[in-house]
Design a protein around this ligand. Structure first.
Ligand code: F6R
Length: 260
C-alpha cells in the first residue's frame, strides 16, 4: 500500500491522471474501473483536459463503474450512468458501447450481477480501479459488514450513506435504499487500485482503513491485502494518520524509476 499525501485534491488528481496516462500509453485496450461521487471529479476534469489536448486517447478503453442505485433509470439526473455521461464520457473520446454501469432497472438483479461479473472477465479483468471512500468505510457500496469475498450484488445502503448522499437529491427520502455494487472480491481482483479521499470529513476513516486492523466492518481496510494500491489523499484527509511523516518521506525519496 503506497500512501501519497499531497497538499490539495488538484495535486492528487494530477498524480492520478499521470498514473492512468502511463497505463493507457502502455496498453491500447486498457480496462478502467470508475467511481462516482464528489471525490473523482478533479481527476475526471484532469483526464478531460489531457484527452482534449491530445495527450490521452480513450478510443479503445473499456470502463466498468462500481455501482448504481436500484430504481433509477440511466437518464435520471441522480443515476450514476447520468453522472458518468455528464462528468466524463461526453467530454472524452470513449466509445459508448465500451462503457458499463450496472443497470438500476434490471428486472432480474441476480442475473444482471452475474452478467456484469462475466463482462469484466470477458474483457480480461480491470487494469486500474478508481475508488472513493465512504465516511463509514465503504468502497463501491460495500457497506460495513460486507463479506470480503463478495461479488457484484444488491446491497442496502446504511443510514449514514443515505445522509451523505442526500446532497445530490431533493431530500433524503428520495435517496434509493438499494443499489447494485461490485463486490469487495471483485474490487480486489483489479490489477491496480487508486483510492482517493479529500478533506477532514474523511480523516478518521482513512486512518482506520490504512492503519487499523483489516475488518469487514471497515471494508476499505481490505486494501491492505492488495499488492498494487495507491492511496492519494490531501493533507486534511491525512490529518489522523499516525505515520503521515513517514509516508511523505517515502514518497519524497522515491527512486526516479518508480516515479510517475
Ligand atoms: C461511488 C462509490 C462510493 C463513493 C463514496 C464517496 O461510485 O462507489 O464508494 O466513492 O461514497 O463518495 P464521495 O466521493 O461523494 O465522498
Amino acid at each position: 500500500m503506497e500512501v501519497i499525501i499531497q497538499p490539495s485534491p488538484g495535486d492528487c488528481a494530477a498524480t492520478g491522471a499521470r498514473i492512468i496516462g502511463q497505463l493507457l500509453k502502455g496498453k491500447t485496450e486498457a480496462v478502467l474501473g470508475l467511481a462516482t461521487g464528489s471525490t473523482p471529479l478533479p481527476l475526471y476534469r484532469e483526464l478531460i483536459t489531457m484527452n482534449q489536448r491530445g495527450e490521452l486517447d480513450f478510443s479503445t478503453v473499456t470502463s466498468f463503474n462500481l455501482d448504481e442505485y436500484i430504481g433509477l433509470q440511466g437518464d435520471h439526473p441522480c443515476s450514476y450512468r447520468y453522472f458518468m455521461e455528464q462528468e466524463l464520457f461526453k467530454d472524452i473520446n470513449i466509445e459508448a458501447e465500451r462503457t458499463h454501469v450496472p443497470d438500476g432497472l434490471a428486472v432480474d438483479v441476480s442475473d444482471h450481477c452475474r452478467a456484469y461479473e462475466q463482462a469484466i472477465r470477458d474483457c480480461g479483468g480491470i487494469d486500474l480501479q478508481i475508488l472513493g471512500l465512504g465516511t463509514d468505510g465503504h468502497i463501491g457500496f460495500n457497506e460495513p459488514g460486507s463479506s470480503l469475498g463478495s461479488r457484484t450484488r444488491i446491497k442496502t445502503l446504511t443510514g449514514k450513506t443515505c445522509e451523505d448522499n442526500a446532497r445530490f437529491f431533493e431530500s433524503i427520502e428520495e435517496v434509493p435504499r438499494h443499489c447494485i455494487t461490485m463486490g469487495v472480491a471483485t474490487i480486489m481482483e483489479c490489477r491496480q487500485i487508486l483510492l482517493f479521499a479529500f478533506g477532514e470529513a474523511k480523516a478518521e476513516i482513512i486512518a482506520k482503513a490504512i492503519e487499523g486492523p483489516v475488518s469487514a466492518m471497515v471494508p476499505a481496510s481490505v486494501l491492505q491485502m492488495h499488492p498494487e494500491v495507491k492511496i492519494l489523499i490531501d493533507d486534511a484527509a491525512a490529518s489522523c494518520l499516525e505515520h503521515a511523516d513517514y509516508y511523505k518521506e517515502v514518497f519524497a525519496g522515491k527512486p526516479s524509476w518508480q516515479c510517475f
